[in-house]
Design a protein around this ligand. Structure first.
Ligand code: ADP
Length: 246
């Protein structure tokens, strides 16, 4: 099996409290993998261990077969791991195209401030245009990000992450705070992303999870309860009991 991202016996203690308990997660290359679990289950902590924002107490993080446990966030991004955040991190005064071009420039090492389309920066603009096209965002390319509907803003955050050309994209509640009609549209765009990007998603809205994911891992009390296809998870009595409260 070809795995894009794995953890082996990953653990994180905060003082005497175990937030991540011996988690061995396998995310297959090309998967749309969702991580679910009740509040306090340890989803955010696990994502932070994957990105390198937090150091584990024990265990390993393996990205595309390489042990990256000791690498910092930046080095993991360079190796193809990108994330979006629950909070809005857009540059409100820039247009959509300027923002995405800036992110491409950053990846190319051209400096985040030099978004103006001259020389090598022209290539970055072309790449940004292609990216916006693939996300069906070209029609808003010249609008300020702050003027857009919230669901579109979240999609632009995803475009910024994709500008890093990741192999694995971590999406931390992309639909948080997005109205239902808009969140459907947002998830259609995410679902249409090419399969060469593996996606690990944290999402509270079970309706969206079951529409989108082809694999689901259930986290409870910091530990993996079970994992499987949406069909298996939906019919698992353990999951219904601890997660759905049945
Ligand atoms: P989830 O994202 O599933 O809601 P979290 O990963 O945010 O869960 O939190 C898991 C548990 O770890 C919670 O009980 C939380 O209070 C605790 N926790 C998270 N971060 C810290 C921290 N920095 N210090 C102490 N406890 C923490």
């Amino acid at each position: 099996m070809d795995y894009a991202l794995q953890t082996r016996n990953l653990a994180k203690n905060f003082g005497g409290f175990t937030a991540t308990n011996n988690v061995s997660l396998n995310v297959e290359a090309g998967a749309r993998h969702a991580l679910i679990g009740p509040n306090g289950a340890g989803k955010t902590t696990l994502i932070n261990l994957l990105t390198g924002f937090l150091e584990p107490t024990a265990g390993h993080v393996i990205l595309q077969g390489e042990d990256v446990t000791r690498l910092g966030q930046h080095q993991r991004v360079k190796r193809g791991l990108a994330r979006t955040f629950q909070i809005n991190r857009l540059f409100a005064d820039l247009t959509v195209l300027e923002s995405v071009t800036m992110a491409v420039n950053e990846r190319l090492g051209l400096g985040a401030r030099f978004w103006k389309p001259v020389g090598a920066h022209g290539q970055a603009v072309e790449e940004a245009v292609a990216l916006l096209d693939s996300l069906r965002l070209l029609d808003v390319a010249h609008e300020k990000t702050r003027s857009l509907a919230y669901g579109k803003q979240r999609l632009i955050e995803i475009a910024l992450a994709l500008a890093m050309k990741p192999r694995v994209l971590l999406l931390d509640e992309p639909a948080a705070g997005v109205p239902t009609t808009e969140s459907r549209e947002l998830f259609e765009s995410i679902a249409a992303l090419p399969r060469d990007v593996t996606i690990l998603l944290i999402e509270h809205d079970m309706d969206l999870v079951f529409r989108f994911a082809d694999r689901i891992s259930v986290l409870v009390g910091g530990a993996l309860l079970t994992h499987g296809t949406p069909e298996v998870i939906a019919n698992d009595p353990k999951v219904r009991e601890v997660y759905l409260g049945e």
